[in-house]
Design a protein around this ligand. Structure first.
Ligand code: PLP
Length: 396
């Protein structure tokens, strides 16, 4: 069948493909340890879920304004006011159907034919696809593993051409769990400002940070003089364990927010009305939400420590990025490559079929030497998964 140029190069989401296959094998009765999940294994906090149920009962079941209810935009804007120490107008906020949607709105509104967008490797699998859907060109930029792949101005300058209009920055990172320091962010933001390049700051994992107290550093923590044009993408999915509710948002200049809202008005209209009511409770009862987030972050940190300890003990030859945030361990598998296991996909297929562990091949994140393991699962399953991995590697 002939499809349009718009989707000619489109690839399905590799991360979703692995979890779908793992679910299928499990349904067939196979004892698969699924370490491919891109979502917290916790339930949505009770008071947030209740607010969604209440929302349905109170009749929040119709269209809302496209960029979200005034109450939710105001509540989200208040969190940015707090962070920035100055009033933020709710017109800067657009609420979307998940951060994936927020990212698409931003990329489609800012980039088009002839533009190039720098995407640090390893990247979240959807970034290059979204840039391509906007008919712009995705330019992967490889950083130094010794710096957890964090970009420096020199890395970025090496990929710069006058067509470069944007830079994707994801910290804490999916897939590496790397967290940029404020100094690293300052250097990158000042470079982007000097080059008049938009930063799309994907902060969906900002609250899942193990380095120091509180959230991971953000470009918004920098003085205004150090940053130029920025769109912040965030949402309820990861921090509040709300992936299925599908609520994300952008914070940007109001003119861009208006354009993204106009785009959304022709695509999805407003995000789900009851889900907005649930997320409203999360933002208006911030201290309560932070307590819930704190409990989840504690569990993720404990599992990070467990996973890295087991790697040191059982898989000392495997190098990995030490995760400081999010809930992923990104480790190198090219030492296993041979005639049969030619790449990261072959390694993951072998591990799924023979050792019954599901993980995502690094090719989905732009580096075929790596594999991503998610530790958003119970301590027991995580330990079982890593022990199976070690056994499979030793027995091979
Ligand atoms: C880095 C990153 N950004 C955005 C998203 C999308 O989040 P949402 O589920 O809110 O669309 C994900 C989800 O996996 C992610 O890992």
């Amino acid at each position: 069948m002939q499809f349009s140029e718009n989707v000619a190069r489109l690839q399905p989401s590799a991360t979703l493909a692995v979890s779908t296959l793992a679910k299928k094998l499990k349904a067939e009765g196979r004892d698969v340890v699924d370490l491919s999940a891109g979502q917290p294994d916790f339930d949505t906090p009770e008071f947030i879920a209740e607010a969604g149920i209440q929302g349905i009962r109170e009749g929040h079941t119709r269209y809302t304004p496209t960029p979200g209810t005034p109450a939710l935009r105001k509540a989200i804007a208040a969190t940015y006011s707090q962070r920035l120490g100055r009033p933020v107008d709710p017109s800067s906020i657009v609420v979307n159907s998940g951060a994936k949607h927020s990212l698409f709105n931003a990329m489609f509104s800012l980039f088009g034919p002839g533009d190039r967008v720098l995407i640090p490797v390893p990247y979240w699998t959807s970034y290059p696809e979204m840039v391509t859907l906007a008919r712009a060109e995705a330019v992967p930029v490889v950083g130094d593993p010794a710096r957890d792949f964090h970009m420096t101005p020199e890395d970025l300058e090496g990929a710069y051409t006058p067509q470069v209009k944007g830079l994707l920055l994801c910290t804490p990172s999916n897939p590496s769990g790397g967290v940029y320091s404020l100094d690293e962010l300052r250097a990158v933001a000042e470079w982007a400002k000097a080059r008049d390049i938009w930063i799309i700051a994907d902060e969906i994992y900002r609250l899942i940070n193990f380095k120091g107290e509180g959230p991971a550093p953000s470009v918004l923590d920098l003085p205004e003089a150090s940053r130029g044009n920025v769109v912040v993408v965030d949402g309820a999915s990861k921090a509040f364990a709300m992936t299925g509710w599908r609520i994300g948002h952008t914070y940007s200049d109001p003119a861009l927010a208006k354009k993204m809202s106009d785009l959304q008005s022709h695509m999805t209209s407003n995000p789900s009305a009851p889900a907005q009511q649930a997320v409203l409770a999360a933002y208006t009862q911030w201290d309560r939400s932070m307590k819930e987030v704190g409990k989840m972050v504690e569990a993720f940190k404990r599992r990070r420590d467990l996973a890295t300890r087991l790697f040191e003990e059982l898989l000392p030859a495997f190098s990995y990025v030490r995760p400081d945030g999010a809930f992923y361990l990104y480790f190198r598998v090219d030492s296993l490559f041979d005639e049969r296991l030619k790449d990261s996909s072959a390694v993951c297929t072998w591990l799924l079929e023979d050792a019954e562990i599901a993980m995502v091949p690094g090719v989905a994140f732009g580096d075929d030497r790596y594999v991503r393991m998610s530790y958003a699962t119970s301590d027991e399953l995580l330990e079982e998964g890593i022990r199976r991995l070690a056994k499979a590697v030793v027995e091979r």
